[in-house]
Ligand binder design. Structure first.
Ligand SMILES: Nc1ncnc2c1ncn2[C@@H]1O[C@H](COP(=O)(O)OP(=O)(O)OP(=O)(O)O)[C@@H](O)[C@H]1O
Ligand SMILES: [Mg+2]
Length: 390
């Protein structure tokens, strides 16, 4: 076969058809440094022509030539190139096999066939299998533009991958931060709850006992004093109740001691007492001492759901259902209020809903909000059950 060099060889680097494969800019890689080319070619003089075309096209490169499968594989493993140029038909090796190896070992390195003949169907087949382009040896004027385009596309791909990786990493970091903040917040609440309950509660009880003693001493002489002490004592009773309430609101002890279902029933009852909205709980779940992260996530989501009902739903009735299905714990909260809208659900400012979603996601679960105007809202939480805590 005869090889035709482009004439004049450089520039312009247009394909003979004249339909601009040529780029408006010189290739970035040629300016930055040397391009490492791996050439799969058995014919030495063809290899020299290819080199000459690249050189005359203004590309700075170093080149290594291989002609067998093992040599090709070894080069890819030891010194992955920036570009692979490959003949299609070789005596002991073939282009498709080279392409398969290259896609396996260095999938991001552009692979261009530089070949004597290639039928349309074969060409399409190679492109489908991941070849970047093919250039016929009889139309080598296309080689440099093709290389330039391949390198530019590879650089763009790398940049895109880098951006995607960065995005993924920052999302992961946000997740970790959310998780950490929630953990810290919960720890803090538990600690304060314990302290308020134990320390304040105990000292108030102590005070009350002291007062009782004083009252005993005063009974004989001071009626007015006695009355005062009684008032103080009942004030302290009220304070003890308040302290208990604050501690429970911070972190209901029932969640840690009796488990999730009991805590949900208790919370529903509190809600009903406080708001006058009927709240029923139907549960088919019995075993409820799951690990703390899981129970806390579930419970806080439930609380947030009830808070939303108080604030937005204008409901008169709430039905809560708890069940187990396919290894998940499922909570359904239905209210008969005005109904959450799709806009509310999609709104990126619905921080409460986003927080609930994140909480569920952190323990591997999901949450769904569904509303019908005038017919209420259904919130469905589905979280995979953790291993039981014995
Ligand atoms: N049960 C419900 N019924 C009707 N609308 C609801 C219900 N729950 C939520 N919404 C709507 O969804 C919106 C978003 O709720 P989200 O909890 O994210 O925010 P919020 O409750 O307004 O504020 P916060 O950040 O304090 O929770 C609410 O403003 C409300 O319009
Ligand atoms: Mg809310």
């Amino acid at each position: 076969m005869t090889l035709s060099l482009p004439s004049p060889p450089s520039p312009p680097l247009l394909s003979p058809s004249g339909q601009g494969d040529a780029l408006p800019h010189p290739p970035a890689i040629a300016r930055q440094g040397e391009l490492r080319v791996l050439l799969v070619e058995d014919n030495r003089s063809h290899a020299e022509v290819v080199e000459q075309v690249l050189r005359e096209g203004g590309i700075r490169f170093s080149i290594e030539r291989v002609e067998t499968g093992p040599a090709f594989r070894e080069k890819l493993e030891l010194h992955p190139p920036d570009l692979i140029l490959s003949d299609y038909a070789l005596p002991s090796f073939d282009g498709l096999a080279a392409l398969t190896i290259a896609k396996d070992k260095t999938p991001d390195v552009p692979f261009i066939f530089v070949t004597g003949t290639m039928g349309e169907e074969v060409a399409i087949e190679t492109l489908k299998k991941g070849a970047t382009d093919y250039v016929l040896k009889t139309r080598l004027a296309r080689l440099v533009p093709s290389v330039q385009r391949a390198l530019r596309e590879a650089a763009e791909r790398r940049e895109r991958q880098r951006a995607e990786e960065q995005l993924r990493r920052s999302h992961e970091q946000l997740r970790a931060l959310t998780s950490y903040l929630q953990y810290v917040r919960e720890e803090e609440r538990t600690r304060i709850a314990r302290e308020v309950h134990d320390e304040l509660g105990q000292s108030l009880t102590g005070l009350k006992m002291d007062l009782a003693w004083i009252a005993g001493q005063l009974a004989k002489n001071g009626r007015t004093l006695l009355q005062k002490v009684k008032t103080m004592s009942s004030d302290i009773d009220a304070t003890i109740q308040t302290v208990r309430r604050i501690a429970t609101e911070l972190r209901p002890g029932i969640l840690d001691n009796l488990g999730l279902v009991a805590a949900i029933e208790w919370q529903a009852n509190e809600f009903q007492t406080r708001t006058g909205i009927t709240c029923t709980v139907a549960s088919t779940v019995t075993d409820t001492l799951w690990d703390e992260d899981f129970s806390t996530a579930f419970f806080r989501i439930f609380q947030e759901t009830l808070t939303n009902i108080i604030r937005h739903a204008n409901a008169t009735r709430v039905e809560v259902e708890l069940s187990e299905q396919d290894g998940c714990l499922i909570l359904i909260v239905k209210d008969n209020g005005r109904g959450i809208t799709e806009a509310d659900v999609a709104n990126t400012r619905s921080i409460g809903l986003i927080g609930m979603r994140e909480r569920a996601a952190l323990v591997g679960g999901e949450i769904n909000f569904q509303g019908a105007p005038g017919h209420g809202t259904i919130v469905t939480v589905r979280i995979p059950l953790p291993v039981r805590r014995d």
